[in-house]
Design a protein around this ligand. Structure first.
Ligand SMILES: *[C@@H]1O[C@H](CO)[C@@H](O)[C@H](O)[C@H]1NC(C)=O
Ligand SMILES: *[C@@H]1O[C@H](CO)[C@@H](O)[C@H](O)[C@H]1NC(C)=O
Ligand SMILES: *[C@@H]1O[C@H](CO)[C@@H](O)[C@H](O)[C@H]1NC(C)=O
Ligand SMILES: *[C@@H]1O[C@H](CO)[C@@H](O)[C@H](O)[C@H]1NC(C)=O
Ligand SMILES: *[C@@H]1O[C@H](CO)[C@@H](O)[C@H](O)[C@H]1NC(C)=O
Ligand SMILES: *[C@@H]1O[C@H](CO)[C@@H](O)[C@H](O)[C@H]1NC(C)=O
Ligand SMILES: [Ca+2]
Ligand SMILES: [Ca+2]
Length: 358
């Protein structure tokens, strides 16, 4: 009887001594795996890389935060990988009670993209639960993901990626990448880096009603040309069947307003750069204004343009100085319509935590 008990004791002691529990975790993969461990209950390993992946039409061009030399983590899906192959990597044990925030960047571009699951492995229950997942082609961009969850006292986070279904003879366009994984105590605050081409959805942007205007003029996600001739884009800026957001002007009168607000964005001590493309074509083009907002009441204009801008999409960069980003904020677009040939559209919007061109 003594012998088996001492084995149990030694094992417990071993687990406790070799697996210290942390309160927070962060990894940019720029100089290593930061104590991430490749799991062995899978088919292949995650790899670290700088620049583009080995195959065209899949994977990122480079690190999301440092394109000239930063490294990210990804699954290389070239031969000998096949449909359904899985790669799993886990953090060390993280502890603490209450809400935690996991933040990371994901890139899932290619015709045979499978699934990325982020799981929580609880030490007490020995079970894995899915905290976040996405599957299929999400477009050629990095997206910041933020997940608030309850800590089950001691746990690990597992990144579990699977290669998707073959696309005809092609299986190798399924590279999934992640970067800048951080785990912090407390619920997540706003996005620190934002990127949306409106291909998958509206990325959390919302219509907001205008006080005193007794109907809601909407920003809608749309593909192809708009409903009215001689105004609006004929298609997405980059993809033939791509999507953008626009306000349909055909039943509007001069002075009608359409407002669109961003998700909550994280404060930045350096100010931010908002980059986007807009389209304002039509004889009765009105005004497009961008505001930065704190809460619902304080609003500050940061950019404005007016009138017909021709049939092309126009690029625009807008600085928002640090005096307006010292707390979490939102961005509001307001289209002030002139009449029935004044469609206004926006697309390919990104927000960076530094002023434009610096
Ligand atoms: C990226 O990760 C590094 C180190 O892990 C951290 O200092 C930095 O703030 C992160 N940047 C963003 C935008 O999350
Ligand atoms: C995956 O990584 C682990 C840990 O570095 C290593 O022991 C193992 O041999 C690797 N597997 C493959 C297939 O490269
Ligand atoms: C980007 O990465 C390279 C290579 O590691 C490094 O030399 C450079 O300082 C990094 N740049 C920034 C802005 O972090
Ligand atoms: C705005 O409202 C319209 C009408 O309800 C809806 O179709 C559209 O998707 C909304 N736009 C956004 C960005 O949520
Ligand atoms: C802003 O307005 C929305 C909708 O009217 C409301 O749900 C939200 O709580 C308000 N936020 C603040 C900070 O007042
Ligand atoms: C943004 O601010 C930076 C630093 O002051 C400046 O160099 C840059 O030209 C500005 N860009 C725009 C689009 O205003
Ligand atoms: Ca990196
Ligand atoms: Ca688009």
């Amino acid at each position: 009887m003594v012998f088996p008990w001492s084995i149990v004791f030694v094992c417990l002691l071993h687990v406790g001594a070799s697996d210290p529990v942390r309160e927070t975790f962060e990894c940019s993969f720029d100089s290593g795996l930061c104590d991430f461990v490749q799991k062995t209950d899978d088919d292949f390993n995650w790899s670290r890389r700088s620049g583009s992946t080995l195959t065209v039409s899949t994977g990122p061009e480079c690190d999301p935060l440092n394109c000239s030399g930063g490294q990210y983590l990804y699954i290389e899906t070239s031969y000998p990988r096949t449909e359904g192959d899985r790669a799993r990597i886990e953090t060390p044990f993280i502890g603490g009670s209450g809400k935690h925030c996991l933040s990371f960047f994901s890139h899932m571009y290619g015709s045979t993209i499978g699934c990325l699951k982020v799981k929580q492995y609880s030490r007490d229950t020995n079970l894995e639960t899915v905290l976040w997942e996405a599957s299929g082609n999400q477009g050629n961009s990095w997206y910041q993901q933020r997940v608030t969850y309850e800590s089950p006292s001691v746990y690990k986070i597992i990144f579990d990626a699977t290669l998707g279904k073959a696309d005809g003879p092609v299986t190798f366009t399924g590279d999934i990448a992640i970067d800048n994984v951080t785990i912090q105590i407390g619920a997540c605050s706003g996005y620190s880096l934002f990127n949306c081409d409106f291909e998958r959805d509206v990325c959390g942007w919302r219509n907001v009603s205008v006080p005193g205007q007794n109907f809601e003029l909407s920003w809608v996600r749309h593909s192809g040309g708009t409903d009215t001739p001689n105004t609006g884009p004929t298609r997405d800026r980059t993809e033939y069947d791509g999507h953008y957001l626009y306000v349909e002007s055909s039943r509007t009168l001069s002075g009608d307003l359409a407002r669109l607000v961003s998700p909550n964005l994280e404060r930045s001590s350096t100010g931010v750069c908002v980059k986007f493309w807009y389209h304002m074509y039509g004889q009765l083009s009105g005004t497009l204004t961008m505001y930065v907002q704190h809460g619902n009441n304080s609003r500050h204009e940061v950019w404005r343009t007016q009138g017909d801008k021709g049939e092309d999409w126009n690029p625009q960069n807008v600085n928002i100085s640090s005096i307006h980003t010292d707390q979490d904020f939102t961005i509001l677009f307001e289209a002030a319509l002139q009449g029935s040939t004044g469609d206004v559209a926006i697309d390919d919007l990104s927000i960076q935590h530094s002023l434009c061109g610096s």
